[in-house]
Design a protein around this ligand. Structure first.
Ligand SMILES: C[S@@+](CC[C@H](N)C(=O)[O-])C[C@H]1O[C@@H](n2cnc3c(N)ncnc32)[C@H](O)[C@@H]1O
Length: 204
């Protein structure tokens, strides 16, 4: 067996161990709906746009406000702009250890999202933002650097300030899955998992 096969197998075993140790309720959408506005580039988020309406209906979520941590080039922000009157997107716009793109991309993202007036971009790290924001939101999304500490800290704030919070990459980053499991435990909420498109955790 060559090195890349061994590494793949190791990743698979770690994933299986985390799924066993941190069980989440399987989420099966009843329907798949493509929203009207979707950016055309391929994002790690691509595919998940099809289940957002299902999630909002399933958990009876109102459609006024949404906050997102981790915008990058705006794929998920534009998806949310179909459903919410106001979408706030918080990002350093600098990338992180897990993103392919590194370096300031604030202006580029702002320019390409110009035609979506209900998206407000805020260049900040989540650490500074959550110290100041006392608002509550209908919906939240966490898709920042995929370490346990950051996902737990940002996610705990997001769950406490929203009715429903989703987390990307529960399958590709076991630490995100563990953070989702722990946040649900600490807050007494339920945690679901949609296993496709790198995994989407849902806490309600
Ligand atoms: C995986 S990308 C987000 C992808 C995006 N949701 C999409 O639909 O394509 C992660 C983003 O999180 C941002 N990020 C990482 N750590 C952060 C932090 N501490 N505070 C705010 N943003 C952060 C990065 O700059 C990067 O743009």
């Amino acid at each position: 067996m060559n090195i890349s096969k061994i590494l793949k197998l190791k990743k698979k075993l770690i994933r299986q161990y985390y799924s066993f140790k941190y069980p989440l309720i399987p989420y099966s959408p009843e329907k798949f709906v493509k929203p009207e506005k979707v950016l055309t580039y391929k994002s790690g988020w691509s595919g998940l746009e099809l289940i957002i309406e299902d999630i909002l209906e399933m958990f009876d979520i109102e459609r006024e406000s949404c906050i997102e941590f981790g915008v990058e080039f705006g794929f998920s922000s534009v998806v949310f702009s179909n459903y919410f009157e106001q979408v706030k997107g918080i990002d350093t716009f600098f990338g992180d250890t897990h993103t392919d793109h590194k370096g300031d991309h604030y202006k580029e993202t702002k320019e390409s999202l110009r035609e979506y007036p209900n998206i407000e971009l805020i260049k900040s790290n989540y650490q500074d933002w959550i110290k100041l924001d006392k608002s509550n939101y209908d919906f939240a999304h966490v898709d920042i650097v995929h370490n346990y500490k950051e996902t737990f800290e940002c996610g705990l704030w997001a769950v406490r300030h929203s009715k429903c919070c989703i987390f990307h990459d529960t399958e590709s980053f076991p630490e995100v899955r563990k953070a989702v499991f722990d946040i649900a435990k600490v807050t007494g909420k339920k945690a679901y998992n949609y296993p496709k498109n790198f995994g989407l955790g849902i806490i309600v």
